[in-house]
Design a protein around this ligand. Sequence first.
Ligand SMILES: Nc1ncnc2c1ncn2[C@@H]1O[C@H](COP(=O)(O)OP(=O)(O)OP(=O)(O)O)[C@@H](O)[C@H]1O
Ligand SMILES: [Mg+2]
Length: 885
Amino acid sequence: MGTRSAPAAPATPDLAAVAALAPDAALALLGSRAAGLSAAESQARLASFGRNGVAAEPRRHIIVDLLTQLARPLPLLLLALAGVDVATGQPLGAAVIGAIVVLSALLGIVQERRSGSAVRRLRALVHTTVRALRADANKAGDTVEVPLEQLVPGDVVVLSAGDPVPADVRFLDTNDLFVDQAALTGESLPVAKHARALPDAAARAGDAAALANVGFMGAHVTSGGARALVVATGAATGFGHVAAALAQARETTPFERDIDRVIALLLRFMALMAPLVFVLNLVTKHDWYEALLFATAVAVGLAPEMLPMIVTVNLARGALLLAGRKVIVKRLGAVQALGAIDVLCTDKTGTLTQDRVVLLKHVDIDGRDSDRVLDYAYLNSRHQTGLHNLLDKAVLDQPGLPARLDAGWRKLGEMPFDFERRRMSVVLEGPDGARILVCKGAVDEITGVCSAAERAGARVPFEPAHAATLGATADGLNEDGLRVIAIACRTLGPDEAIDHDPAAERDLTLMGYIAFFDPPRESAAAAIAGLRAHGVDVKVLSGDVPAVCAHVCRLVGIDATAILDGATLERLSDDALAQRVATTQVFAKLNPGQKTRVIQALQARGRVVGFLGDGVNDGPALKRADVGIAVDSGTDVARDAADLVLLEKSLLAVDEGIAIGRTVFGNIVKYVRMSASSNFGNMLSVVGASVLLPFLPMAPLQVLLNNLLYDCSQTAVTTDRVEAHYLAAPRRWELGSLRRYVLCFGPLSSLFDYATFALLWFGLGAARAPALFQSGWFVESLLSQALVVYVLRASAAPWAAVPPSRALVAATLAVCAAGVWLPYAPFAHLFGLVPLPPGYWWGLSAILPGYLVLVQLAKAALVRRFGIDRALPAVAAPRLDTGTA
Ligand SMILES: Nc1ncnc2c1ncn2[C@@H]1O[C@H](COP(=O)(O)OP(=O)(O)OP(=O)(O)O)[C@@H](O)[C@H]1O
Ligand SMILES: [Mg+2]
């Protein structure tokens, strides 16, 4: 097969214009051909059109990163001051300021980059691929798996049920294609698509969603198949901006907003204090330049510049730990959110139950074995082109059937499955030429469209009188925990048209039932008990009937006494539903929209909700939940919508993941509390010293250096262990407890600063030696902040608490050693540091332990008075109803 020379990549054409063209003309317009692009063409186009992603973060050069870091008010101010230094003939000072500014920016960049690339590597493990035709493939019509992000306009892709529509596409040929574009247009039912030209498409350009021969990025194929031409990718897609907006909206979790609030709070504090420090020093020392320099340095010390970086590093560490448990993080914020969830909602099949469903029975309406029922079930599963789920697979796996039924039957039409109708039909022509509609689906949804039943070979009308006896068979199977699917048929009239209209599902004859054994996973009961022990409620959101849900729930230890079904839920107002979700653990017969409503109702009650699912019908719920968790073996739609992907289907991994998320959260809280209190303490000392002293209490450069060293040591907090109570229950951020913390430990640390001042001033004659005073405070401040971490990191006493991580110990030792050594370093004079007399060290050896002991006493008092940070309002423990597993 010859490949023509690569056509030039055209600009992205208008989708409506392409819709108006015949398939061949559409291919030509995009410079493509039916056999697809060649590998080289696709490469070239990828370079000019860019990746097919809405939120593609370009990899920036480190210099660009550095410049962005520096282009913020504080670094700019500092660099301006360095400029003043140069102008006033102090190049050394300028160099040191410059070095410190660049160093602290680099520290942030390096950490964030390391985290970023780790997360990107992990994400690459779960990317979605599409089958694309390659003009230069070995065999015409061969497809290659192409990562979704690498699709380009002109690519020809092959789509089938369960596939996401990977870009904006023009269908080239279709085979009973139905597409669900609810996420984009709000139509809840799948819409039929075809490949014919729509000459008037341009006139309806405003109503792109109505175009029946195009598919939109963000939709997915519910049934049938198609070959499609990629027209627009990435941000150029019609809904690219919508998707980008959605992605954006999703980025800020309550936790992230809390972090932003803390940052805003600290910035306000800084904005208040820095001018005050400037004025105080100006008034007392009459040197505006020194005062400005000092106030700026203080501002740098107070700026929460490291906080975003610490949060990112913490989350990335969590993501790596989760990867070790075979859980892949797609959105970094989800690590913390996973630790925060207090309800886990889960789908039933494949999560609580095993991946294998076994067909146990095929019976007529009276419960007698019937091969005819199985035959019809097989014909339906065999010819339907929607996703083959576990039920279809179990039917198709029946031995012996294919040989008997594969010959002689021809498919004429199909009414694909959807989660509103809960049934699907195929229209077939039998070996005898008769045309028959075969329908299978949920029992109520089938009997609703039946007017008769087959009993002992005869067709009996469907009268209310024996509706009860009819139901009894299905109910009996359900009671045994079997999933039941009803089978019904209708012979079509000779002139009855065949199309995709589900209205043809009427006047059916109920043939009987097929029943499946869907055993629970061995690990499910233990995992659910574990989740509950960790303060996480487990709720089941299923599309199946109440009886089957109840059966499975009993086996895995979920209380199923009160089951809310979809129809009842539909009648409840949002408020009423919010009431009901509190006491209900099991929700049955839900459609995808109702799964979402349950999650919203829980969120309205202030719950943090995780959702675990694997089906196409779980997509909206996965998006809506605070953390959407999909399984790798599930549908692409589910994996796309999820924040976390389980490589191994196991609830145990979720339970372990929650502990990791909580550790991350615990360490972030730890960092915020410690740095906020030490900042506050430093402020109290600086303000007092500014008023009392005739010189600056610490040279501006020393303030900067001190801050840099402390920040370095604090990054190791991300590796620390957290206390058991942090793991035991979900915790929420509490600004109240942060305030308490800061108001208690800030003044305490300041108290010991003043003790140091007194020692230096009265004991060591620093009144006439500013450099000695400044060096003395520099060392005390650094050591006390680095060491107090060991008291504040846990609510238990240091000797009783969980041991600190080795990295934290190493970082603290390094910083303390640096602090002791710096006054004696060969370059000490650059920072205005001078050697300290023995008297100072003696004094310090009393001040530091005194400080640590007092902090421990104060902390113990706080814990006694307010408890270890208040946990969430206790979740009413559900009654454990353990059946026999
Ligand atoms: N392949 C199928 N053929 C016919 N009917 C089906 C098929 N798949 C599902 N149904 C019907 O639709 C109902 C809802 O589908 P499904 O069980 O997949 O929903 P779900 O919410 O994912 O439930 P689960 O919690 O069991 O995973 C099923 O109980 C069944 O009655
Ligand atoms: Mg399911």
